[in-house]
Design a binder for this molecule. Structure first.
Ligand code: AMP
Ligand code: MG
Length: 315
């Protein structure tokens, strides 16, 4: 990515509106939450979300947590439940993320959910995060604001040292009070602890009035599909297709004749932004095979190929 100027913003009203403006324009803003600094982008903008992966140099697409200012805003994106209500009342605002079924009309980029039908949501407690989310007014996708493989940042200077030149702004709100990632609770079926964190399994079980399984326990007792953390198409996926075969759906890249083109100009960030949406669209046609053009294995292409390789192998 080009070396872009990274603005350093503080806590003034003017700086907050500047940060919200950058998000609205599809930019990346690192902001403090009580857990760690998040790298925020407009969750409804495919290109903006693709830029998160580019800036972090993530070698794979994991679903991202969406940050919201209120329970009302959360309910517009996910299908709410009594269990969600219990834990939300007990632990929000705070370091707890809930994974719930996504509403069909949520409007969130498929790159945020990595194509899944579930969405991870959280209402952060940190006042500056609250202010930014209120000012921006829409869902903000945010993984930790660090290069993939580096330590999560708990101060603005950590973000600056790591990501300057690759993101549009850092909002400095001092040190994060918790300093550890949020607990992630899956509430799609029976409660599952997807990631341990500050809110403990025992606390969750007490509030829910029922046990909370770990990922391993859940995998042992239920169909693995239930806790699948990656979208797999129903169709077979044929990679590195340099010519098309009869009856295939054709997912192209670059100057090639095809059904859907990830990026006619061979731009890897654009291709990442379109990847899950186009896989879904071609899968919905019901052809037995989706053939995909070769994707260069550099930069964002590494994450795209990781995902495509899994899609081709997942059976
Ligand atoms: P990070 O991006 O570092 O904050 O990590 C986000 C975590 O949330 C990852 O471990 C994801 O796998 C997990 N996650 C986000 N969305 C979902 C989802 N829909 N289902 C299961 N896990 C999720
Ligand atoms: Mg992280």
């Amino acid at each position: 990515m080009a070396n872009i100027p990274t603005e350093r913003l503080g806590q003034s009203a003017q700086d907050l509106s500047r940060a919200a403006e950058i998000l609205a324009q599809g930019g990346l803003v690192a902001f403090p939450t009580e857990t760690v600094y998040g790298l925020g982008a407009d969750a409804c903008n495919d290109r903006a979300v693709a830029r998160i992966y580019e800036a972090k140099g993530r070698p794979s697409f994991n679903p991202l947590i969406v940050h919201l200012p209120s329970v009302e805003a959360v309910k517009r994106l996910v299908i709410w439940s009594d269990a969600a209500d219990l834990v939300a009342r007990a632990f929000w605002t705070g370091p707890l993320t809930l994974v719930l079924p996504i509403r069909p009309d949520a409007g969130v980029s498929k790159l945020v959910t990595a194509g899944l039908e579930t969405l991870a949501v959280r209402i952060p407690a940190a006042p500056l995060a609250q202010d930014l989310l209120a000012e921006f007014g829409g869902p903000v996708a945010a993984p930790s604001a660090n290069t993939s493989g580096h330590i999560s940042p708990t101060r603005a200077v950590h973000v600056q040292n790591d990501l300057t030149g690759r993101i549009d702004a850092v909002l400095d709100g001092g040190a994060c009070s918790v300093g550890l990632e949020s607990t992630i609770l899956g509430l799609v079926g029976a409660p599952i602890l997807l990631r341990p964190g500050g809110v403990t399994r025992a606390e969750l079980a007490q509030v829910l009035g029922k046990p909370v399984a770990t990922r391993d326990e859940a995998a042992a007792i239920s169909a693995p599909g239930q806790i699948k953390s990656h979208y797999a198409p129903r169709a077979q996926v044929r990679l590195n297709a340099t010519e098309w075969r009869d009856g295939e759906s054709r997912l192209g890249f670059g100057t090639v004749e095809c059904d859907l083109n990830l990026s006619p100009s061979a731009d890897l960030t654009e291709a990442a932004a379109n990847l899950f949406e186009y896989l879904h669209q071609l899968d919905a046609r019901g052809t037995p095979t989706i053939a995909v053009s070769p994707i260069p294995d550099t930069g964002m292409g590494t994450a795209i190929n990781d995902r495509l390789n899994r899609a081709a192998a997942d059976r």
